[in-house]
Design a protein. Structure first.
Length: 206
């Protein structure tokens, strides 16, 4: 997992509440376990007509938001069924940060485990950022993980709270496997002691 520190990029406004994981990535795109190529299915039903042709009126299909790295969303983003494909699809499109008042718990945890930062801000601040992001002439904002701040182009700074463990994992680029490997010496010591005391556990079946 790549280390995360700071992102300065185009922020796309998505003023919708209760955006569930099926809206983020519909079920027909869940047949793969590959993390790449899912960007084409991101918000598929809102970006295409019934015959599969593109609608071109969705925010992420309009310039400059086709290059969005930050998504400003409404309350309870990522609700619905648990699917790791949801953060994968957002990341494959290019989204690195989602800012919203609240997130569904499973989506929240899945996102951090995959290296995507989710920022919770009060609704009033979300509304202000929505307004900023809606200006296609200057939609860039900065999200600084180290300082835990969101910087709007008008100079306004919004501090945000974040669990220290989640922050550490993002800054160091540590997913669950990476965290386990950090304890490699301890695991080796345990296995060495166990091998001496319970050697039968390490014998291969004939």
């Amino acid at each position: 997992m790549e280390k995360f520190n700071k992102v300065t990029g185009v922020a796309a406004p998505l003023p919708l509440v209760n955006v569930d994981t099926d809206k983020i990535i519909p079920k027909q795109f869940l047949k793969t376990i590959a993390r790449t190529g899912l960007g084409k299915g991101l918000f598929f039903e809102m970006r295409t007509n019934e015959d599969g042709t593109p609608r071109d009126d969705f925010i992420l299909d309009q310039e400059p938001y086709t290059k969005a790295e930050i998504l400003i969303a409404g309350d309870n983003f990522g609700c619905g069924s648990s699917r790791e494909h949801a953060p994968w699809a957002l990341q494959d499109f290019g989204i690195k940060v989602v800012i919203a008042p609240t997130f569904a718990d499973i989506f929240y945890n899945n996102s951090f485990k995959n290296g995507m930062l989710l920022v919770k801000l009060p609704q009033e601040q979300i509304d202000n950022l929505m307004s900023v992001a809606s200006d296609p002439e200057n939609p860039e904002i900065t999200v600084d993980l180290e300082k835990q701040e969101v910087h709007a182009p008008n100079g306004v700074v919004y501090p945000f709270e974040l669990d220290s463990f989640l922050k550490h994992c993002l800054l160091e680029g540590l997913d669950d496997i990476g965290l386990t490997m950090k304890r490699g010496d301890d695991i080796g010591d345990f296995e060495g002691g166990q091998r001496s005391q319970q050697p039968w556990l390490y014998k291969r079946a004939s």
